[in-house]
Design a protein around this ligand. Sequence first.
Ligand code: PRP
Ligand code: URA
Length: 208
Amino acid sequence: MTPFIMDHPLIQHKLSILRDEATGAKEFRELVSEIAMLMCYEATRDLPLKEVEVQTPVAKAKTKMIAGRKLAFVPILRAGLGMVDGVLALLPTAKVGHIGLYRDPETLKPVEYYCKLPSDIEEREVIVIDPMLATGGSAIDAISLIKERGAKAIKFMCIIAVPEGIKALCEAHPDVQVYCATEDECLNEHCYIVPGLGDAGDRIFGTK
Ligand code: PRP
Ligand code: URA
């Protein structure tokens, strides 16, 4: 599936501040959350609606509301946690699962250390969230774990992606729609995104 790149001016503006190495952890966290909220607005554009009737102060109106499709957000720990507040601001009744993965610094392969998903995950549309799509290994493994638990409708939303990560993810999971705010140039020799924003988890949690 062709990735959806959200080049809205508000997102691009916030992304520029996010990339700046002078941006501190507090502002970084706020920006990740705000960008996630703006992206979620677009990623949920296809939510089904149902007709309802409401009484306005003037007359009865036939109007539309979300048809109650069950949604779950699954952040990939740690950095995905930074996007949770933003998406829940738009969809506060969605359930939240968690998948813990870290990239082994030597092999650069993802290592799983936690997985807790809603018990009815197979009935839910799942949006996996993580700010960074680099080699694609973490996203591919997280989505495989979610599919093993029975989920069928899955989207992946990240802030910065690179072409090799998008390619790997789309080849491994061609049914998953990928949303990103920007496609950066490439990976460096440590598989960090160039120009990127550095280590998203460290910048969110101030661990470096
Ligand atoms: C980062 C990021 C992704 C992953 C992307 O997490 O949040 O999960 O790297 O890289 P990949 O596409 O090459 O797999 P990291 O492993 O640094 O863990 P952290 O969030 O705990 O810092
Ligand atoms: N993970 C990050 O946090 N940043 C990168 O550039 C690549 C992977």
